[in-house]
Every structure is written in structure tokens, then in C-alpha cells.
Design a protein. Structure first.
Ligand SMILES: CC(C)(COP(=O)(O)OP(=O)(O)OC[C@H]1O[C@@H](n2cnc3c(N)ncnc32)[C@H](O)[C@@H]1OP(=O)(O)O)[C@@H](O)C(=O)NCCC(=O)NCCS
Length: 174
């Protein structure tokens, strides 16, 4: 299955807002308090917030297409756009989402392969991410692809304080 990775620009803001909200709701709505969840998505996926993230020179969003159909997206941060580790030689995978109907087909594996290559091209040594400790499926997926837990951090969905595992992949092993 051949995938096409396209870096997003400002013109993609509305489509990016839509897929970001849709995939987040599908993945996490059922496990969260409705009021906290609503509060979170209204802020996180506001069009102006997405636009400012697109304009950040240290962040990149990519759409992923299979046969011209949008199947997912991911977001990478470097330097001061990173949320925890802020090393010059690290890169954060802040978001990775495969649309529900395309999950478990091996696409996420291909996303990660491409992401690791982008990180290498940028001369990064460490690829890292935060994942909700209750997102067992994603944690298993990351472990399968060589990520190891190195810390935790708090993450707020509305007023609900949750714990994210911080996981890293050593790019020098490639
Ligand atoms: C986590 C996520 C990005 C993984 O993407 P994916 O496309 O489902 O991942 P893959 O298909 O490559 O691998 C998932 C599983 O499918 C299995 N699989 C891979 N290729 C397969 C195939 N051809 N047929 C059937 N199963 C397959 C793998 O064994 C893997 O199993 P594992 O969970 O035991 O590791 C995706 O499920 C997702 O978007 N989830 C919701 C949002 C989310 O949690 N994002 C991460 C936030 S930190």
C-alpha cells in the first residue's frame, strides 16, 4: 500500500482542523468526562489555534494519503516548539492519527517509518512523544516500534489531570 506524505500549509487549516478533531473525538471521547472533553476540544481544535500552529516555523503537520484518500496525519515539533524535552537534537512526535476505518492495516507502521526518516534528515538523535498511560493500544504500538518509556508528565483534558508516558526512540539505532 503506497502512501503519500504531504506537508501542510496555511491553506490546509480547515481540513486539518476537521481531521484533528474527528480523530481525537473517535479515539478519546468515550473515556473522558463530557464537560472536560468539550472544553478541551473547543480550545485545542479552534481554527485560529490550528492556524498559529501551522505558522510556527518549528512545527510541521503532514497529511497522509492512500490512493488520494486522506487516511491520517501527524505533527512534529523541533527546538522550542517541543513541549518537554527541548534538546537541539531531539524531535517530538506530538500527534499521530490514523482514521478509524484505516487502523490495524499496517499504516501506522508506515507513518512511523517515514517519521523516523524525516527525523534523520533533520539530523536528530532522539524521537520522543507523550502518550496517555491508559492508551494501551498506542503504547503497545510504540513499544513494538522500539520506543521506551523515560518519564511521565501531567496532561489536562479540561480540569481532568491525566498522566502521559514520555517515550523515546534512539535514532542512532537506525
Ligand atoms: C496508534 C495508531 C497511530 C497506530 O496506527 P495503526 O495504523 O492502527 O497501526 P498498525 O496497523 O501499523 O499497527 C497496529 C496493529 O495492527 C497490526 N497490524 C499491522 N499490520 C496489519 C495488517 N496488515 N493486518 C492486520 N493487522 C495488522 C499490528 O500487529 C499492530 O498490532 P499491535 O497493536 O499489537 O502492535 C492508530 O491506531 C491510531 O490512530 N489510534 C488512535 C489515536 C491514537 O491513539 N494516537 C496516538 C496518540 S499518542
Amino acid at each position: 500500500m503506497e502512501l503519500t506524505f504531504t506537508k501542510c500549509s496555511l491553506k490546509d487549516a480547515e481540513q486539518l482542523r476537521l481531521i484533528s478533531e474527528q480523530t481525537f473525538v473517535n479515539a478519546f471521547e468515550k473515556d473522558n468526562d463530557p464537560a472536560d472533553f468539550k472544553d478541551y476540544i473547543e480550545k485545542a481544535f479552534a481554527l485560529n489555534k490550528i492556524k498559529s500552529e501551522l505558522l510556527n516555523a518549528n512545527s510541521e503537520f503532514y497529511f497522509v494519503f492512500r490512493n488520494d484518500i486522506l487516511v491520517g496525519y501527524f505533527k512534529l515539533n523541533v527546538l522550542f516548539a517541543q513541549s518537554d524535552v527541548k534538546r537541539d537534537d531531539s524531535i517530538e512526535l506530538e500527534r499521530i492519527y490514523v482514521l478509524k476505518e484505516y487502523q490495524n492495516l499496517g499504516l501506522g507502521k508506515q507513518f512511523l517509518h517515514h517519521i523516523k526518516n524525516i527525523a534523520l534528515v533533520k539530523n536528530k538523535k532522539m524521537l520522543w512523544l507523550g502518550v496517555w498511560e491508559e492508551n494501551v493500544r498506542a503504547i503497545k504500538f510504540y513499544k513494538r516500534h522500539g520506543f521506551i518509556k523515560f518519564d511521565t508528565h501531567p496532561y489536562f483534558i479540561g480540569s481532568d489531570e491525566q498522566t502521559d508516558w514520555l517515550m523515546q526512540f534512539d535514532l542512532s539505532t537506525l
